[in-house]
Design a protein around this ligand. Structure first.
Ligand code: GTP
Length: 319
């Protein structure tokens, strides 16, 4: 039986992984391929489930499959292997959390049993051009984040330099030089907005061609199963009060820089349906949900050393 080709999407919080993932799914769907998706979220809920309607999606929540919930990944892969025997899966797409260490996900596939069923073809690294230099700066970031971002680039087999619409040519050239200095020599870098790249470049098998230094034991030279993102916390707020759009936008963009990412479903004043809110790079984007969406309002904040108290006013609708 043909092995399941596996692609891992890795990249920092809000870099555009889901955007790229959705484009890949569309492409495979247009070829009538049977796609399985594993989506890992740091928070206890996936507010973006509606983006994956009619897909075979496994959500692994509340931790990182590279460390704290790696066992959940093992169990999911075992279940997919069983399914594959009856109903072949033609591609498996895995999106890690924004703070995942790609090598630690990739190494799961070096296990002998896994290798009989799965073939890890590529680790696609998504870099957010709009914030890459800031996150690597010792003035605007922590050592933990800087190390993680460097590792994410180093262990990618292709890099998408995304969100280039947000930076000027001069800054882009600087970012490109930085990415170049971090990635492996033979790894291509594609510049993109909204993950719009040549699909043939994305789906290419790259691992095997590139020396990936994957180890089939768990005694490598980096720490395994130790959360390497201890300062990154999530806070979940349920039953968010109805909010005025302008007030919410102002409040979000004025949050301290420690709040790196937020996403949620809220009811905006005057609306009867929910709206999907995305906050990344200090920008807020709104997408109205359909009338049939029966989920409850919810918001998830992700950032450095966050705690619930910081969002008390928000949860009570006081601005
Ligand atoms: N301006 C701009 N926005 C983008 C681009 N790509 C993605 N976005 C937006 O950036 C936000 C975050 O994108 P996602 O694809 O959800 O990022 P992610 O890496 O999956 O986020 P997490 O999983 O939360 O880490 C969304 O609002 C996207 O629409 C881009 O190239 N340019």
């Amino acid at each position: 039986m043909r092995k399941i080709p596996v692609f891992i999407l890795n990249g920092f919080l809000g870099s555009g992984k889901t955007t790229v993932l959705l484009k890949m799914i569309e492409q495979y769907k247009s070829e009538n391929k049977k796609v399985a998706i594993i989506l890992n979220e740091l928070g206890a809920v996936n507010v973006e489930a509606h983006l994956f309607k009619d897909q075979q999606l496994t959500e692994l929540l509340n931790g990182c499959i590279c460390c704290t919930i790696q066992n959940d990944l093992h169990q999911t892969l075992k279940a997919l292997a069983v399914q594959h025997e009856k109903e072949p899966i033609e591609v498996l797409l895995i999106e890690g959390t924004g703070v995942a260490h790609p090598l630690e996900i990739a190494e799961v596939f070096t296990n002998g049993h896994m290798q009989q069923v799965f073939d890890l073809e590529s680790v696609i690294g998504v870099v957010d051009a709009s914030h890459f230099l800031e996150y690597l700066s010792i003035f605007d970031s922590t050592k933990e984040i800087r190390t993680l971002m460097k590792e994410q680039v180093l262990h990618s087999s292709i890099v998408l330099l995304n969100k280039i619409d947000c930076v000027n040519d001069q800054k882009l050239a600087k970012i490109n030089r930085k990415v170049d200095s971090l990635k492996k020599d033979e790894v291509p870098v594609l510049m993109t907005s909204y993950g719009d790249v040549d699909f043939e470049m994305l789906r290419k098998k790259r691992i095997g061609q590139i020396d990936f230094q994957l180890k089939n034991n768990h005694h490598g030279d980096h720490q395994h199963h130790e959360p390497h993102h201890g300062t990154i916390k999530t806070v979940k707020i349920e039953q968010v009060p109805v909010i005025d759009k302008r007030t919410l936008t102002n409040w979000l963009i004025n949050l301290p820089n420690d709040v790196i990412r937020a996403k949620g479903l809220v009811q905006l004043t005057g609306d009867s349906t929910l709206t999907h809110v995305q906050f990344a790079d200090k920008l807020v984007r709104y997408t109205k949900m359909g009338k049939n969406d029966e989920r409850q309002s919810i918001f998830v904040f992700i950032g450095k050393d966050l705690n619930e108290e910081m969002f008390q006013e928000f949860s009570q609708g006081i601005f």
